[in-house]
Design a protein around this ligand. Structure first.
Ligand SMILES: *[C@@H]1O[C@H](CO)[C@@H](O)[C@H](O)[C@H]1NC(C)=O
Ligand SMILES: *[C@@H]1O[C@H](CO)[C@@H](O)[C@H](O)[C@H]1NC(C)=O
Ligand SMILES: *[C@@H]1O[C@H](CO)[C@@H](O)[C@H](O)[C@H]1NC(C)=O
Length: 245
């Protein structure tokens, strides 16, 4: 079992597709799955883990999850013969999903090594997680002790384009991924350094800069169409829209 830590733009999808091409050129069977269907579409022949392994939908409630794969089906044949399983966005899947797959592979391959001796490549885009997400992730499963960890560190977008401007931001992303940015004790938020852009201490200031004199301009669609505030969460969207209205 191998774990790939990948900050943005380090060439993860490229690397994974390269591994797949190499394996398949040797007529080995390599399965690719991702925790979300969006990520699955980026991988050659990728599917979601739930569909590929017939994982139960409520894997987080099941104490001992197993894959509901029927004997004698093609899925069993593939799992018996495959050499590599690549699981993208693995921290987005519940640890029970991995533990269930471990059990299922051991059973159908009659092989009691971890994951029935299939090489597992787990990859992840590092991101800040809340306590329960962390608790549910594969990293605190007993399986983690068997993982060989590999890090992709060079930002390939910076490296290939020779454009050093995103370099500072890339370094910052690496630091965030490595947990080297100090975390505020109560919220587990981080303070974003000012190099990321202009920082505002409250929504009113931000709204005034993006939508100056809104009262005079709000009927002007060409003025409105040139500005926007992007927000990661709906509750903050509502807050900002209420203020602007
Ligand atoms: C899963 O993998 C571990 C190896 O870490 C093994 O000890 C365990 O017995 C395996 N099988 C099940 C059914 O959990
Ligand atoms: C972590 O998950 C286990 C079940 O897998 C649960 O028993 C435990 O209470 C959880 N711990 C925290 C801190 O949520
Ligand atoms: C609408 O906004 C544009 C700039 O986005 C400006 O050039 C134009 O004069 C405005 N129209 C009116 C009627 O204020």
């Amino acid at each position: 079992m191998v774990f790939l830590y990948v900050p943005g733009s380090s060439g993860k999808t490229f690397l994974i597709n390269l591994i797949l091409a190499k394996m398949r050129s040797k007529a080995s069977i390599a399965l690719t799955v991702a925790s979300s269907s969006i990520a699955a579409t980026l991988l050659e022949g990728g599917r979601t883990a739930h569909s590929a392994f017939k994982l139960p939908q409520s894997v987080n409630h099941a104490d001992k999850a197993v894959c509901s794969i029927k004997r004698g089906t093609d899925t069993v044949k593939v799992l018996q013969e495959c050499n590599v399983i690549i699981w993208d966005e693995c921290t987005m899947s519940h640890k029970h999903a991995f533990e269930g797959l471990n059990k299922t592979l051991q059973n159908i391959r009659l092989n009691y090594y971890i994951f029935g001796s299939v090489t597992m490549v787990l990859s992840v885009v590092p991101r800040g997680t809340r306590a329960d997400e962390v608790n549910a992730s594969v990293k605190i499963s007993f399986l983690w002790n068997n993982v060989h960890k590999i890090y992709l560190k060079r930002n390939m977008r910076v490296h290939l384009t020779g454009n050093s401007e995103p370099g500072e931001l890339a370094k910052l992303l690496l630091k965030i991924g490595a947990g080297k940015i100090p975390i505020e004790p109560h919220s587990s938020n981080i303070v974003i350094p000012s190099m990321c852009g202009k920082l505002f201490s409250n929504v009113d200031e931000l709204a005034e800069v993006v939508f100056p004199s809104l009262g005079e301009n709000y009927r002007n669609s060409s003025w409105l169409s040139k500005r926007a505030i992007l927000v990661p969460r709906n509750d903050v969207v509502n807050e900002i829209i209420c203020k602007l209205l």
